[in-house]
Write a protein that binds this ligand. Structure first.
Ligand SMILES: NC(=O)c1ccc[n+]([C@@H]2O[C@H](COP(=O)([O-])OP(=O)(O)OC[C@H]3O[C@@H](n4cnc5c(N)ncnc54)[C@H](O)[C@@H]3O)[C@@H](O)[C@H]2O)c1
Length: 263
């Protein structure tokens, strides 16, 4: 009883990973899906799985494309109830070595994209209230594990955008929240890690395994729906306990404590 039945939902970056899982989960809750992705074929493949879903080829960092796709969604579906700002990328240089173009591209997509999509969605969301869910990251609260300073800065900025937009849009009954995933096994992460690095990361997670895209998607469905009717401006960690970790590999921490040594 999430109140999502019949609501139109846009999921940016819906063609892969967390976005694809979120698209499927919102559809299972009864929403009508507009799948946005810069990779049109990936968006098509996910939309094809879901009755009534439509795919749109959109680069969220390009305001003209965002405006055109927003208008197309209204033409196709007639209303909008949910926006999930999920599209994102990462690069892995140090701040000393980072090309300016890498800095700018990540900021433009991971922070500029949610700004453009939010601003474009406001007129339609105002009609009947609505929900925006921003996929940030625990990197926005500490530092990125696999990305660079551009990624950390963009995700911190997205948490600020979430709080400020929540405050201003509350007057229209539009709620704005963020989800902060920990390490999630998706194509984005697989492209910048090998098996050994992935095993090290799993060992750092108190709950003992990588977060999966469906774990994040369930939190998005909660925040998008009426069960979260009084949640706005908040961020929710879906991280297996990473944010309460002291940085010690979990098994090493427990072994140390079991031996009764204090540090
Ligand atoms: N995987 C993780 O560990 C993790 C952790 C925390 C947060 N996140 C965030 O979750 C979101 C999804 O990540 P994922 O791991 O599923 O990645 P992914 O690479 O599997 O999927 C990202 C999707 O976004 C699309 N995309 C990229 N640039 C775009 C653009 N300019 N316009 C529209 N679409 C674009 C890609 O084509 C892809 O389909 C990102 O914002 C990411 O920063 C991921």
């Amino acid at each position: 009883m999430s109140g999502l039945r019949g609501k139109t939902a846009i999921v940016t970056g819906g063609g892969s990973g967390i976005g694809a899982a979120t698209t499927r989960a919102l559809a299972a809750a009864g929403a009508r899906l507009a799948v946005w992705d810069i990779d049109g074929a990936a968006a098509e493949a996910v939309a094809d799985e879901i009755e009534g879903a439509r795919a749109y080829t959109v680069d969220v960092s390009d305001r003209a494309q965002v405006d055109a796709a927003s208008a197309a969604v209204l033409d196709d579906f007639g209303s909008l109830g949910v926006l999930v700002n999920n599209a994102g990328i990462g690069t892995a240089n140090t701040i000393e070595q980072m090309p300016v173009a890498d800095w700018q591209r990540v900021i433009d997509i991971n922070l500029g994209g949610p700004f453009h999509c939010t601003q474009a969605a406001i007129p339609a969301l105002k009609v009947d209230g609505g929900a925006i869910v921003n996929i940030a990251s625990i990197a926005g609260k500490r530092i990125s594990y696999h990305g660079g300073v551009n990624y950390t800065a963009a995700k911190s900025g997205l948490l600020g955008l979430t709080r400020h937009a929540a405050f201003e849009l509350a007057q229209y009954g539009i709620r704005v929240n963020a989800v902060c995933p920990g390490p999630v096994l998706t194509p984005m992460v697989e492209s910048v890690t090998d098996a050994a690095a992935r095993a090290v990361t799993a060992g750092m997670v108190p709950l003992g395994q990588w977060v999966m895209p469906d774990d994040v998607a369930r939190c998005v469905v909660f925040l998008a729906g009426s069960d979260a009717a009084m949640c706005t401006g908040a961020s929710f960690d879906v991280d297996g306990g990473m944010m309460v970790s002291n940085g010690t590999p979990y098994a090493a921490y427990m072994a140390h404590r079991t031996q009764g040594e204090a540090s």
